[in-house]
Design a protein around this ligand. Structure first.
Ligand SMILES: Cc1cc2nc3c(=O)[nH]c(=O)nc-3n(C[C@H](O)[C@H](O)[C@H](O)COP(=O)(O)OP(=O)(O)OC[C@H]3O[C@@H](n4cnc5c(N)ncnc54)[C@H](O)[C@@H]3O)c2cc1C
Ligand code: SF4
Length: 569
C-alpha cells in the first residue's frame, strides 16, 4: 500500500472536475471543461511558466558562458523551455534486469508541450484498425471518423500548417499554408523524388497566419525555447492561459498527485497529493477525476490507488494497467554533403522545425516487416549553438587551431543533412510497467519498474530506415560518417522510451476484461474516472502522438460535460 504517515487534510470545496497534469492531455481537458462551464482544479507537479516572460527566444548564445549547453534540468540546452529530463532528483524509476528503457518527464505547467517538436500528425483510418489489416496487436474500439470532428476543431483552435495531399492513411486537416522549403530541403526533395520516396510539406502546429491573440510566426527558428509571441502551440499559453481567464480554473502548481481516493461505493472522490513546497499531504475533492499525468505516470497513479475495493490498483480489474506500453521506433543517419560547403551566407531561418517530411510510402506486403515509419529531415544554417555539427574532427580537414579552424567552420557550416526515422512498434507482452516492490520516491510514493523488449518487427523496420537514409545521403552526393549498425547493435534502434512518445498502460477497449477505459476514456470500473493522456492508445501508429492525445482529450472532455449535464456522472 502507498506509504502515508497521516491522513491528508481534505479541502472543503468540491470541484466539478480534478485534472492531474497540465500537459497536452490535461491542458486540453482544462480548456474544454472550463469552456463548458465546469469548475475545474488542475494539480500540476511542476512550477509555473509563461512563454511571454520566461522564454529565452531572443537570447544570443554568447550571452551565456555555457553557450546554450545542456544542464541537468534542461537536457536539450540551457535555453530550452522544458524543465525536466531523463533523471529527476528524488523521483527515480527502475528497470528490470536486461531492460534498456529511458523515461523522459517534464515538471512544469504545460509539461512536454513546452519543448515538443510540434509535428502534428493525425492518425489515419488504417491506424485504428491495424489488427484487422495485418492480424497483429489490437484494433481500437473507435474508427477514424469517430475522432475526425475533434481533429478538425483542434486544427482550427490551435492552428496547424500543411498541404492537402489526399494520401490514404495521412488524413488532411484544416491547414494554414506551409512555409517554403529551405535550400537544403529542396535538395532533399529532389533526391527523394528520384528514389520515389514521398516527400511533402511538414505538418506542424505553428501559425503561418494569425489567430486571435496570436500573431503568425516570424521565423526565428527557436521554437524549443518557448515562443514569446505564442505563435506555436504550448498547452501553457494556448490552453491553460485561456482556461484561467474564464475564472473557472484553479491551477495548483508543485502539487504531486499520490493517489485517487474512492468512497465505499467505489466512486472516485478526489485526489491526494503532496504539496512539494511544504512537503505536506493534501486532498482535493471533486465529482470527476481526469488523469493526464502522461501515459506511464497515470498508470502509476492507478496502481498506487489501492484499497480493499481495488486491491490491485484502481480500475485494474482486468490486470492491464501498465500493460501494452509502446514507444516510437527510431534511428538517425546524418551525412556530410560537399555540394553544400562554402555556401553564400543567407537567411536560412524558418519555423523551429522541418519544412518538409516523408510520410510512410511503401506497401508492407512487399517487405519483411509490418507497419511503417515516417522520415524527419534536419540540417541547414540555423543560428549556431553549442558544439559544431557532431564535431569538426569528423570533417575532411580534421579540426585544427586559430584562423584555419575558423575558416573551416565557415567552410563546412550547414553542409550536413540528417534523417530521423519514426516508426510504429507493435505492443507486446514483454513491454510493461509495474510498481517496484522496494523503491519509493522522495515522498514515499512507490515508483515504476519498466520491462522492455523489441521484437524482430521493430529491428527489421529500423534496418530498413538505415538503408533508406544511407541511400538518400548517397543520392545527395554525400558521405555518412558512421558505418551501418550491425544486427548485434539492433541496427541502431534507439532504446525504448528515448523517442519520448510513450503510450498505452491504460488502453481503451469495449471489453472490460482486456482494457482499462472505454471508447470515451472512462474507466470501466469507476464511472467518474477518466484518462486523457497517451495511456488509452491501443496502438502507436507511425505518427507522433500528440495531435491525437489532444483530439481525444477534447472528445473525452465533451463527453464528461455532456454526461454531467445529464446528471449521469
Ligand atoms: C523533445 C521532445 C520532442 C517531442 N516532439 C514531439 C512532436 O514533434 N510531436 C508529437 O506529437 N509529440 C512530440 N513529443 C511528445 C509530446 O511532448 C508528448 O506526447 C505530449 O506532451 C504528451 O502529453 P501528456 O499530457 O500525456 O504529458 P505531458 O505533456 O508530459 O504532461 C504531463 C504533465 O503531468 C505532470 N505530472 C506528472 N506526474 C504528475 C503527478 N503525479 N501529479 C501531478 N502532475 C503530474 C507533469 O509535470 C506534466 O506537466 C515530444 C516530446 C519531447 C520531450
Ligand atoms: S520560429 Fe516562430 S513559432 Fe517558433 S519561436 Fe520563433 S516566432 Fe515563435
Amino acid at each position: 500500500m502507498p506509504t502515508r504517515h497521516s491522513p491528508p487534510p481534505t479541502q472543503s470545496k468540491v470541484f466539478d472536475v480534478c485534472i492531474v497534469g497540465s500537459g497536452a492531455g490535461g491542458g486540453m481537458a482544462a480548456y474544454s471543461l472550463t469552456q463548458a462551464g465546469a469548475n475545474v482544479i488542475v494539480l500540476e507537479a511542476g512550477g509555473p511558466w509563461d512563454n511571454r516572460t520566461d522564454s529565452a527566444m531572443l537570447t544570443w548564445p554568447y550571452e551565456s558562458p555555457r553557450r546554450g549547453a545542456s544542464t541537468p534540468e534542461r537536457p536539450f540546452g540551457e535555453f530550452d523551455a522544458c524543465i525536466g529530463g531523463w533523471d529527476i532528483p528524488g523521483e527515480p524509476y527502475t528497470r528490470a534486469p536486461g531492460t534498456d528503457f529511458r523515461w523522459w518527464r517534464a515538471r512544469m505547467v504545460g509539461g512536454r508541450t513546452n519543448h515538443w517538436g510540434r509535428i502534428s500528425l493525425r492518425f489515419g483510418p488504417y491506424d485504428f484498425k491495424r489488427k484487422t489489416r495485418d492480424g497483429l496487436g489490437d484494433d481500437w474500439p473507435i474508427v477514424y471518423e469517430d475522432v475526425a470532428p475533434w481533429y478538425d476543431r483542434l486544427d482550427r483552435l490551435v492552428g496547424i500548417f500543411g498541404s492537402k495531399e489526399s494520401l490514404p492513411n495521412e488524413p488532411d486537416g484544416v491547414f494554414q499554408p506551409p512555409p517554403k522549403p529551405r535550400c537544403y530541403e529542396l535538395l532533399v526533395k529532389q533526391a527523394a523524388d528520384r528514389l520515389h520516396v514521398t516527400c511533402i510539406p511538414a505538418r506542424l502546429s505553428i501559425l503561418t497566419r494569425p489567430l486571435p491573440g496570436r500573431p503568425a510566426c516570424h521565423y526565428c527558428g527557436q521554437c524549443n525555447r518557448g515562443c514569446k509571441t505564442n505563435s506555436n502551440f504550448t498547452s501553457t499559453n494556448v490552453l491553460i492561459a485561456p482556461a484561467l481567464a474564464t475564472g473557472k480554473l484553479t491551477l495548483v502548481t508543485n502539487a504531486m498527485a499520490r493517489e485517487v481516493t474512492v468512497d465505499a461505493a467505489g466512486r472516485a472522490t478526489g485526489v491526494a497529493y503532496v504539496d512539494k513546497t511544504t512537503g505536506t499531504d493534501q486532498h482535493v475533492r471533486a465529482k470527476v477525476v481526469v488523469l493526464a499525468a502522461s501515459a506511464c505516470e497515470s498508470a502509476r497513479l492507478l496502481l498506487n490507488s489501492r484499497s480493499t475495493l481495488f486491491p490491485n490498483g484502481l480500475a485494474n480489474g482486468s490486470g492491464t494497467v501498465g500493460k501494452y506500453i509502446t514507444d516510437t521506433t527510431g534511428t538517425d543517419v546524418a551525412g556530410f554533403i560537399p555540394k553544400l560547403m562554402d555556401h553564400v551566407p543567407h537567411n536560412h531561418d524558418g519555423v523551429g522545425g522541418m519544412h518538409l517530411y516523408m510520410p510512410w510510402w511503401l506497401d508492407n506486403s512487399k517487405l519483411d516487416f509490418p507497419r511503417g515509419y515516417h522520415i524527419e529531415v534536419w540540417g541547414g544554417r540555423g543560428m549556431p549553438g553549442y558544439g559544431f555539427m557532431g564535431g569538426i574532427h569528423r570533417y575532411p580537414s580534421g579540426g585544427g587551431y586559430g584562423k584555419q579552424l575558423k575558416a573551416d567552420y565557415r567552410h563546412y557550416y550547414g553542409a550536413t543533412i540528417g534523417f530521423s526515422g519514426r516508426g510504429e512498434m507493435i505492443p507486446n507482452d514483454d513491454c510493461y510497467c509495474e510498481l517496484d516492490p522496494r523503491q519509493v520516491d522522495r515522498w514515499g510514493i512507490p515508483v515504476l519498474r519498466f520491462h522492455w523488449k523489441w521484437t524482430d518487427h521493430e529491428y527489421k523496420q529500423v534496418k530498413h530506415m538505415q538503408e533508406t537514409f544511407r541511400a538518400l545521403v548517397a543520392e545527395l552526393g554525400g558521405e555518412v560518417f558512421s558505418p551501418m549498425p550491425t544486427a548485434e547493435r539492433g541496427y541502431g534502434i534507439a532504446a525504448g522510451g528515448t523517442i519520448i512518445h510513450e503510450l498505452g498502460g491504460t488502453r481503451m477497449g469495449d471489453d472490460p476484461k482486456a482494457s482499462v477505459v472505454n471508447r470515451w476514456g472512462q474507466a470501466h470500473e469507476v464511472k467518474n474516472l477518466f484518462v486523457a493522456d497517451g495511456g488509452p492508445f491501443v496502438s502507436q501508429a507511425d505518427k507522433n502522438p500528440t495531435w491525437t492525445i489532444l483530439a481525444l482529450s477534447m472528445r473525452t472532455s465533451d463527453y464528461i460535460a455532456d454526461q454531467m449535464k445529464k446528471g449521469a456522472l
